[in-house]
Write a protein that binds this ligand. Structure first.
Ligand SMILES: [Mg+2]
Length: 137
């Protein structure tokens, strides 16, 4: 079953890197938002299996976007993994407090990154087996 992933990342070269890594894997269908506002707009009509959330973005940072998603009942169950170059304990703590399920530091290690994507993109299938992939393919 193809897993829908939403990447929210404002930096072009980071976006290109994640797209390249994830599009090699046919298990994933990747959707990309360039900022938090765009991500929230996309989530009005689309429910991914996993959100990869950059923390540092202009206007609305990843923590604020995460809090908004987690306070929206229809979206709250979607796992969100934070992406950030900051690796202080306090940075990780604030991401977890905002509602992220895990934290990946950039630059990423591709193998660890793919393991986490695989792990968390299946989490919701287990929690709610009634979930159906969006139709259209
Ligand atoms: Mg950024």
């Amino acid at each position: 079953m193809v897993r829908q992933i939403l990447l929210v990342e404002d930096n072009l070269s980071n976006r290109e890197l994640f797209v390249e890594i994830l599009r090699l894997n046919k298990a994933y269908e990747l959707h990309v938002a360039e900022n938090g506002i765009q991500a929230l707009e996309m989530l009005e009509t689309f429910s991914p299996d996993l959100i990869l959330m950059d923390i540092h973005m202009p206007e609305m940072d990843g923590l604020a976007v995460t809090r908004t998603i987690k306070s929206t009942p229809e979206l709250a169950s979607i796992p969100i993994v934070a992406l950030s170059a900051l690796a202080m304990k306090s940075d990780i703590q604030s991401a977890l407090e905002a509602g992220c399920v895990d934290y990946i530091t950039k630059p990423i290690r591709i193998r660890d990154f793919l393991e986490k994507v695989a792990q968390y993109s299946t989490a919701r299938e287990v929690q709610s087996p009634g979930y159906k992939e969006p139709t259209g393919l």
